[in-house]
Ligand binder design. Structure first.
Ligand code: PGA
Length: 256
């Protein structure tokens, strides 16, 4: 199973800045090894990035989408449009979408199903906030979001689960601390077991569960090489080509 390292640029970089990043990044990286590298720029950069990554092995992802292919949904982008532009992945249910745009599990589930039906690989984000962790509700929240998010999703091998504890996400603060490798591994193992229960042992083994929340060059090696951590979803530290490259290098030193 290829590991997966995805860059979530959030609402950062114009198309011009995005192209500059890819040019720089390609100079550092002459092959992607056996990891799937995915860049998820804003919608307005997708086309330019799609052209710039041609034949590089780097894959394209979007940060959100609507669940219908077309219709009267002002301001929305459809799975069909993402496919046309070259997307292979789409981040769904990110905690910022849940918190700032009121996305709930049932909406996220519709998007997961639509992505799978369109041949896109959803990166389904789940994770507890600090209050829920303190109240020892972490497992309940993860279980609830996973089960509801995956309802009727049968092509589980095409789904990537991103465990992102909300309290560890940097939101641009480079000093923010990630989960410890022990906390992250514990949650990932729990998710793996849940997947085994919903699907079967083989599917659970073959589904990538990646970690997100303040992954940086200095912690990537220990976090991303834990047994049940199959890669990372990187926000702030993916905005700079050198730091994103260092994360990939660190991750490769382990069990790839
Ligand atoms: P971060 O963001 O790496 O800046 O913490 C990760 C994410 O929100 O996906």
């Amino acid at each position: 199973m290829n590991r997966l390292i995805a860059a979530n640029w959030k609402m950062n970089k114009t198309a011009e800045e995005s192209v500059l990043f890819i040019k720089e990044f390609k100079k550092l990286m002459n092959n992607t090894g056996n990891a799937d590298l995915v860049i998820c720029p804003p919608f307005t950069s997708l086309e330019a990035v799609s052209k710039e990554i041609k034949n590089s092995g780097i894959k394209l992802g979007a940060q959100n989408m609507h669940f219908e292919n077309a219709g009267a949904y002002t301001g929305e982008i459809s799975p069909l449009m993402l496919k046309e532009i070259g997307c292979e992945y789409v981040i769904l249910g990110h905690s910022e979408r849940r918190e700032f745009f009121n996305e709930d599990d049932s909406l996220i589930n519709k998007k997961v199903i639509a992505a799978l039906n369109s041949g896109l690989k959803p990166i389904l984000c789940i994770g507890e906030n600090w209050e829920q962790r303190v109240q020892e509700k972490t497992e309940d929240v993860i279980e609830d979001q996973l089960i509801k998010g995956l309802q009727n999703a049968d092509k589980i091998k095409n789904v990537v689960i991103a465990y992102e504890p909300v309290w560890a996400i940097s939101r641009g603060n480079a000093a923010q601390k990630p989960a410890t490798k022990g906390e992250a591994e514990e949650a990932h193992l729990f998710i793996r077991k849940l997947l085994e229960g919903i699907y079967d042992e083989k599917s659970a083994k073959e589904t990538r569960i990646i970690y997100g929340g303040s992954v940086k060059p200095e912690n990537a090696k220990e976090l991303l090489n834990m047994k049940n951590i199959d890669g990372g979803l990187v926000g702030n530290a993916s905005l700079d080509p050198k730091s994103f490259y260092e994360i990939i290098l660190a991750a490769k030193m382990g069990h790839i």
